[in-house]
Each structure stands twice: as C-alpha cells, then as structure tokens.
Design a protein around this ligand. Structure first.
Ligand code: BMP
Length: 247
C-alpha cells in the first residue's frame, strides 16, 4: 500500500520531505537531465517525489515522465502525481488509470467533486491496486481563503469548508490530505479532525512563506518542498537543513 511505501522510505531516509520536482527548463533534454541528477543527489534525503504539470506537459506522460517515475522507484521512493482530479467519475477514472499505468503510487484529488460518481471510482481503483489518494483540504496560496474558509451547513452548525473536507476525507478513508504550510493554525484544526488516522502533507514551505518547523509542530506528517530545494545553490545542503529540523 502507498502509506506503507512512504512510511518505509521515510523511516529509511529519516526524512519527511516530499520533493516537488517542479523543474522549468528550456528543453526536454535539460528537463530530463536535471530531473535525473537532482533525484540521484537527493534520493537519500527525501521520502517521496511529487510530480506536477511542470513535467507532464512538456515531457508527456508515457514518453518522458514514466522514465522519471521508474528512476524514482529505483531508489525505493514512491511517486505522487499532483493532478488534483476534479471531474465526473468516468473521466476521473481515465485520468487515474493513465497515471497509475505510468507507475505513479498516489495522486491528488479535489474533494469538491464529492463521493458518488466523483471520488468513489478513483478510490476503488487506487485501493484495489495498492495506490493512494490524497485530497486537497486547504491550499497554501492567498486566494484559498475565499472558498476554503466559507462556512457551510452540513446538517448541523455552520462549519468552514476545509473542516467538512477533512471530515469527509476521514469518512472516505483517503491516504492523505494536503493542507498548506502557510496556514499553520488550519493544520492544527485539521489535525484535530484527523488524529493519527490520515497524514497531513504540507506544501508552501520557503518560497510561499510557510515554515517547516511550525507545520510539523501543528501536525503535518510530510513537507512538500519544491523551489526552496531545487533552485537552491546547493540542493543537498538545503534538503539536509530541512531534514535536520526534526532530527
Ligand atoms: P514550492 O515548494 O516550490 O512552492 O512548490 C509547492 C508545490 O506544491 C507545487 O507543485 C504546487 O503546485 C503544490 N501545491 C501548493 O503549493 N499548494 C497547495 O495548496 C497545493 C499544492 O499542490
């Protein structure tokens, strides 16, 4: 199962860093070369790699990204596709099948699609194949507050949308939730809902202003870090520095 895979890698490398491999390069060759060299250098300092449209769009899923996923697996690390699935069930299934066929171990989903004919087919497919599904419960950017914080009625008292997303994620038995590191108090509130049952993945560290120490203190299990490491003068030193924060 995905949760075991990331747990094992995290224990082995004593790391909670999920590397966001969000490279921007002028050519396909450069993108591939830089991806391989970063992975080679950082593989023992991280516990997973997250891939986004930065690589899938210019390289193609089966032409380029699949090779990178294979390379990630060689180091015993799981690969997460950050596709934020957000459509009707039949379309979601095609998206998920393709990413899983390319070797991904987990993918992200927008919980706003709901369960029936939305998330349910993706979850069934994933869990039948030992893969993971991670819901985006509160995002790290400024505009997130416009909708994630809206109070909604769910039978009882009004509650913020992100709390409802967290409660639903728990009921749906997803494998992780994303909560921005830029909102440490929200991490704490969501941790109260999830307890130890579902780990929190927090992006937004460094360039977006979030602090790794604070996110961990409030309850994040994993830190998603991209530019702070990949654009650092010395990515190894930067990853080591972040890893040191939790011994
Ligand atoms: P960086 O560490 O360079 O800011 O990258 C963060 C990564 O996490 C990006 O791939 C971004 O798309 C993703 N992300 C985020 O920053 N905030 C969210 O709320 C959800 C995300 O998936």
């Amino acid at each position: 199962m995905f949760k075991d895979k990331i747990g094992k890698a995290s224990e082995k490398n004593r790391s909670r860093i999920v590397l966001a491999l969000d490279l921007v390069e002028a050519s396909r060759e450069k993108l591939l070369r830089k991806s391989f060299s970063l992975l080679e250098n950082l593989s023992n300092l991280i516990c997973a790699v997250k891939i986004n449209r930065h690589l899938v769009l210019p390289l193609g899923l089966f032409d380029g990204v699949k090779k990178i996923v294979g390379f990630i697996h060689r180091f015993g690390l799981p690969a997460i596709m950050d596709c934020k699935i957000n459509d009707i069930g039949s379309t979601n299934l095609i998206i998920a099948k393709n990413y899983f066929r390319a070797g991904f171990d987990a993918l992200t989903v927008n919980p706003i699609i709901g369960f029936e004919d939305g998330l349910k087919p993706v979850l069934s497919l994933a869990h039948k194949n030992g893969k993971g599904v991670i819901t985006v419960v509160y995002m790290s950017h400024k505009g997130a507050k416009e909708f994630y914080e809206r109070k909604v009625l769910d039978g009882g008292k009004p509650k913020p949308q992100y709390i409802l997303f967290a409660e639903k994620s728990l009921r749906w038995k997803v494998d992780g939730v994303v909560v921005g590191a830029t909102k440490p108090r929200k991490i704490g509130e969501i941790k109260k809902v999830l307890g130890e049952k579902i780990p929190i993945y927090s992006p937004g560290i460094g360039v977006q202003g979030g602090k790794a120490e604070k996110a961990l203190k409030m309850g994040s299990s994993f830190l998603i870090v991209g530019r702070k490491i990949i654009n650092a003068k010395n990515p190894i030193k930067e990853a080591e520095r972040i890893r040191m924060l939790y011994g």
